[in-house]
Design a protein around this ligand. Sequence first.
Ligand SMILES: [Fe+2]
Length: 364
Amino acid sequence: MNINRRHFLMGLAALGGLGGIFTHQYLAQSSSLKTPIEEKKSTSSQKVVTDNSVSETSQIPPNVRIVLISDLNSQYGSTSYEPEVHQAIALIPELKPDLILCAGDSIAGQKLSLTNSQIKAMWAAFDRDIGEKIRDLGIPYGFTIGNHDGSGGIVKGNLVFKRERKLASEYWNDPQHTPKLNFIDRAQFPFYYSFKEKDIFFLVWDASTNLISQQQLTWAEKSLASDAAQKAKMRVVLGHLPLYAVAVGRNKPGAYLHNATSLQMLLERYGVHTYISGHHHAYYPGKKGQLQLLHAGALGGGPRKLLNSNLPPRKTLTLLDIDLSSTTTVYTTYNMKTKEVISDRSLPQVIVSPNGKIYRRDLT
Ligand SMILES: [Fe+2]
């Protein structure tokens, strides 16, 4: 579980085309950065940012590590991925996660003019560059369907991207491609399903549009109320669209979930610890009420600026370290261009979304 930051950076440098970035000076500077795990293992006089505030470190190291990736796709129809995607996938063995999660948009669909063979070629490219590599690691992989994978958009009662959804379902239901997860309910896989890893219950819902159907909500409530969920040490929900907007250009209806307050109340009612989302292409460690809101940044095209911020857009990968004994989480988010850790404290303290304010999680 423990990683050495210098080792991490050197591992990055060893990846194709990156050698020039890592000067001695850079390594000297960066080696002063500590990962939260290193901090957690140090003396109790040190402090770390956990879920809610700065708190005393625990002597017990975190026992579950998740690598979170998101929004991998390039332009419509693309069968290649940008360098940061390849770098992130190549890094995963170094990071030694117990689980890998993807918050959606694995391919570049959502265009009616794309032919079946073009869509299949995109899934083949995903498999070649990402799917197969993750399977070879033998690490469980949970993912959610994004709007570019198979949008659930409905017009006049019809699924607009029915063909893309059928092909996404075919890809993921091919026994060669289905991730090895401890499924609890996979009747509607890959659109909505649940699984358990390391005594954490994960519910994945289809938030590829801003509307979570009543059928799904009924299923989600029943699943979260189940013994499997309630007896787990922690509950996490994964969906593509966030409850609240965090990014410039994504702060209009359609780009975040409809009826967020009631969804939030549903998740809180069943003790969901964290809702993980993508789509906004901007990392933000938020919190609203009792619910942690982890907004994953993009690795593929189009990173975005956060609302209420002049910070530049950045492509990111996030490590999520979970201490199950205290049900606390620590995020370590890397700027995939510079390979530096992004300090959560450099991010806006509050984000004013059209449907509500969310706060940086260390402030509430
Ligand atoms: Fe998206």
